[in-house]
Design a protein around this ligand. Sequence first.
Ligand SMILES: Nc1ncnc2c1ncn2[C@@H]1O[C@H](COP(=O)(O)OP(=O)(O)OP(=O)(O)O)[C@@H](O)[C@H]1O
Length: 254
Amino acid sequence: MTADAGTPVIETQGLGVRVGGRTVLQDVSMAVAANEIVTIVGPNGSGKSTFLRALIGAVPLSAGRMQRLPGLRIGYVPQKLSIDAALPITVRRFLSLPRRVTDSVAGEALARAGVPELGKAQMADLSGGQFQRVLLARAILERPQLLLLDEATQGLDQPGAAAFYQRIEEVRRELGCAIIMVSHDLHVVMAASDRVLCINGHICCEGTPEVVADAPEYRALFGTGTKGTLALYRHQHSHSHDADCAHDHQPGVS
Ligand SMILES: Nc1ncnc2c1ncn2[C@@H]1O[C@H](COP(=O)(O)OP(=O)(O)OP(=O)(O)O)[C@@H](O)[C@H]1O
């Protein structure tokens, strides 16, 4: 099914998640419309990956509600996926795990991900950028209505990351899907996003990239110059939190 523009494909109200007895996320309310690209930024350990995992149903909610379009097809590119280098497996076979797909479906997904030539390559032989493209191809095999990407450009150099995000825009255009992505490549991602959510256990601020870049809460986290990644690790958190927000606010903690 397709979503009307304006109908959220996914929505959370007062979402809370506890992991290992700690509140990792609280009171997260957001909605993402069809065809929208939303980026989630926040310091290490602020709950970004946990939020994506909650959206796909991999971690239970401890509070609040989540609503998805009925039968919503979701594609997910995880932050890490390790494949045993000793295990010979081609890209084509990898795309058929865990569910077998036809050659035409696999070929179309690889083409959309920008790596049509890689079907016969061994997974272990791929470069970091090629590997990420193959993960993207796997996530879009079933033409998702919502695509979630968790730091999909980790380990790529800046041109590689920029090319990847450009491809994401094309995928959005071709499939008409909504996209939620977590990224540390602030400057690149901010340009590619319709909306940014800044999360630190809760939503600190949100809006268009321009609005968020100017928000005091964002500046408290990332510094006044958008020097991107470096500022992220110099996390100086100044605004107050509710007592139940157990995030420890240590820079560099993941
Ligand atoms: N399986 C788990 N068991 C215990 N604690 C966890 C687990 N998963 C996440 N956490 C904790 O939850 C908090 C949020 O983690 P999460 O991975 O969501 O943060 P993040 O914002 O994605 O961080 P990063 O930018 O480093 O990837 C962290 O304090 C982390 O230690």
